[in-house]
Ligand binder design. Structure first.
Ligand code: MSP
Length: 654
């Protein structure tokens, strides 16, 4: 009989670096689902990777004077290291710069162009570079990106469009006819009310101003819009439209795209529309999970800096507490589908309460008693007595409960069920008091039966924990001389053999002194932040007359002509203006202290001279990626330096 297949994906990650525990959430859940389905005997393919094209990477690389790949490669290596540390067992790590992916994206564009679903027009709208998303003026929130609240830039260019509007009715129908397609249910309401109800606009799917992307096969001046490029990874990874599409035939449609809630819109609207246009089946399910919060907001690099005491660096967390503890926390703590607050204190209390006290204690007490009373040989099962019944019933019905939770993708519920058995077994020790039975020779058979039952519960819990924890289950099974590779088929009670060797297991999760640990962690975080601050460049002091410099020193300053394409006042400042400046192919956000001398309206359209290799800084919370040159008169008034005759933006000065 052919095995059931299961194709599961995470989103592909932006190579932003600054990896934090929030980034691990989606992938750890997918890994647990992969392992669970594999243990069900299914043929699983688990895909993850990186989303490497687009304006953001282009800009960051340019800022550092290196190529995009030189910028990305180390970050991808870091991400892979992080997955290794967390025992993530993906089947392919796709990079959108992989040759087969690029070819596939081009074929997808060609197919959509040939069928008339992609057409040429002009794009005018607002672009949020960090989110790589486009907005109309009406969609902006206080003039900023409605998703992340950051600045957007006005962009106008010749573009290709995808006929997204045509697919709105089919997408609505898809939601109606397949309630499982988008989960949890609340996400359907968001999509319908915020986007689909008002009708969809055609989507701009190409850029001429971004060079770091997949060139369109029918017009090489244009690069593919990063989200179409990125979403295509789910099928390019399987060889869609390639000479060998056997994986595609086998695994598509995906069983599950697991994504964070902020990117549901791309997965539940744009992605099915693209697939419909290609004539391909849509994925069976998209699940939009919640976020790890810190101080009530989505955990992100900037939040990490603001909330000083919590350690969110996965490498350090795994180093301190182990992969199992970090995985367990992520899978158990956040109510599935909702947001959940992250603190080190919560992490430590999960480790201490569930892993050290409940699971760790059960295993070490059981193995220690078998070693002490039976010389390390598993006693016989014996007859079932009154108090055994409840424990055995809990163990026997557990698989169904865990499976039902995992069918709902609900790892916290599944773990809750397993730990209910662990708690029941600890209570069983208190009820049966093996240390008292041990004193009475006539109770030896009963003592053996009690310890056998406990050993079996440890084994069953270990097998059921295998999808979630990757190290402790093997240790537990080994200590009962049980096969580490056993799966759900072995869950029947009574599987352990009488007389098999039992080894005393030291605490698998040592108890942590919370107060001491929190103090240590707080110090570590604050030391790291101090170090980062020190590394930031100190501002150069003004002085009346500066010492002479060599010509080489002058050439260290990169000066270029730019054009101001948007400008606004900086809130909470009467000195600062925030300009959006186009310099050749790139657009920069620049803050200048010229509000007293120029209005924002006067600035738009001006050609200016920009210092383009200044280290970016934040002024009143606004990012400044350069400096406009001004002349200062003796009376303190300022005049912008502009080219004397027409020069194109991007021209070098010097
Ligand atoms: N590149 C896009 C996805 C393209 S998929 C075709 C992207 N990348 S990302 O790096 O920003 O996010 C990757 C995953 O990490 C997303 O599922 C996102 O929701 C998740 N998380 C990032 N921060 C998170 C939290 N604070 N909490 C939970 N998950 C979060 O989006």
């Amino acid at each position: 009989m052919e095995r059931k297949k299961y194709y599961i994906t995470t989103p592909i990650y932006y190579p932003s670096g600054n990896w934090h525990i929030g980034h691990c959430y989606t992938t750890v859940i997918c890994d647990a689902l992969k392992r669970f389905h594999q243990m069900l005997g299914e043929d699983v393919f688990f895909l993850t990777g990186t989303d490497e094209h687009g304006q953001k990477v282009e800009k960051e690389a340019a800022k550092r004077g290196i190529t995009p790949l030189e910028f990305i490669d180390p970050l991808v290596a870091e991400l892979k290291d992080m997955w290794k540390l967390l025992d993530i067992s993906y089947d392919r790590f796709i990079r959108t710069t992989d040759g087969d992916h690029v070819k596939c994206v081009q074929k997808i564009y060609q197919k959509l162009y040939d069928s008339g679903d992609i057409y040429k027009s002009e794009y005018s709208g607002y672009y949020c570079t960090p989110c790589e998303s486009m907005w109309t003026e009406a969609q902006l929130k206080d003039g900023k990106c409605p998703d992340c609240g950051r600045e957007v830039t006005l962009q106008k260019e010749e573009s290709y469009f995808f006929r997204l509007s045509k697919y709105a009715p089919r997408i609505l129908k898809l939601y109606e006819e397949n309630p499982e397609f988008l989960q949890p249910k609340s996400r359907v309401n968001e999509m319908v009310n915020n986007f689909l109800k008002a009708g969809l606009q055609d989507l701009c799917v190409s850029r001429t101003t971004v060079k770091w992307g997949v060139p369109l096969p029918f017009d090489e001046k244009h690069c593919a819009y990063v989200w179409i490029d990125a979403l295509s990874n789910y099928i390019s990874a399987l060889g869609y439209l390639s000479d060998d599409d056997s994986l595609y035939k086998k695994y598509w449609p995906a069983d599950l795209h697991m994504v964070g809630k902020e990117i549901v819109r791309f997965h539940a609207i744009i992605w099915p529309a693209i697939l419909m246009a290609l004539g391909e089946p849509v994925p069976k399910q998209i699940y939009g999970h919640g976020w790890l919060l810190i101080g009530g907001e989505k955990l992100s690099k900037s939040k990490q800096d603001a909330v000083k005491k919590d350690l969110t660096d996965p490498y350090e967390l795994v180093k301190r507490y182990g992969a199992d503890a970090v995985r367990y926390f992520l899978l158990r703590e956040i109510p599935f589908g909702s947001d959940g607050e992250y603190t080190n204190e919560k992490l430590l209390s999960r480790i201490n309460a569930d892993l050290a006290n409940d699971l760790g204690n059960l295993v070490s007490r059981t193995t220690a008693m078998i070693c002490q009373y039976f010389g390390g040989k598993l006693p016989a099962r014996g007859r079932e007595e009154g108090t055994d019944c409840e424990l055995l019933q809990t163990a026997k019905g557990l698989f169904e409960k865990v499976k039902s939770a995992m069918d709902r993708l609900n790892a916290p519920d599944a773990l809750c069920e397993i730990f209910a058995l662990v708690a029941r077994a600890n209570k069983y020790i208190d009820e049966t008091t093996p240390w008292i039975l041990a004193k009475d020779e006539s109770k030896r058979a009963r003592l053996g039966a009690v310890l056998y039952n406990l050993a079996e519960v440890c084994r069953i819990a270990a097998v059921l924990l295998k999808p979630f924890l990757t190290q402790a289950p093997a240790l537990i099974l080994k200590s009962f001389s049980a096969d580490e590779n056993q799966g759900f088929e072995s869950l029947a009670f009574g599987n352990l053999k009488e007389g098999s060797a039992v080894l005393k297991l030291p605490p698998i999760f040592p108890r942590i002194d919370v107060k001491k640990e929190l103090a240590e962690v707080e110090k570590l975080v604050s030391d790291r932040q101090k170090k980062e601050k020190k590394e930031e460049k100190k501002p150069v002091e003004n002085s009346e007359k500066l010492p002479e410099i060599a010509i080489d020193d002058f050439f260290k300053v990169e000066l270029k002509v730019g054009e101001v394409i948007a400008c606004e006042k900086v809130e909470k400042s009467n000195k600062l203006l925030h300009e959006t400046v186009r310099i050749g192919n790139e657009t920069r956000s620049i803050v200048s202290g010229i509000a007293k001398y120029y209005t924002p309206e006067e600035m738009v359209g001006k050609k200016v001279v920009v210092v383009t290799n200044l280290k970016p800084a934040k002024l009143c919370g606004v990012l400044s990626e350069g400096m406009l040159l001004c002349a200062e008169s003796a009376d303190g008034t300022l005049a912008l330096l502009t080219p004397e005759s027409a020069v194109e933006s991007g021209a070098k000065v010097g």
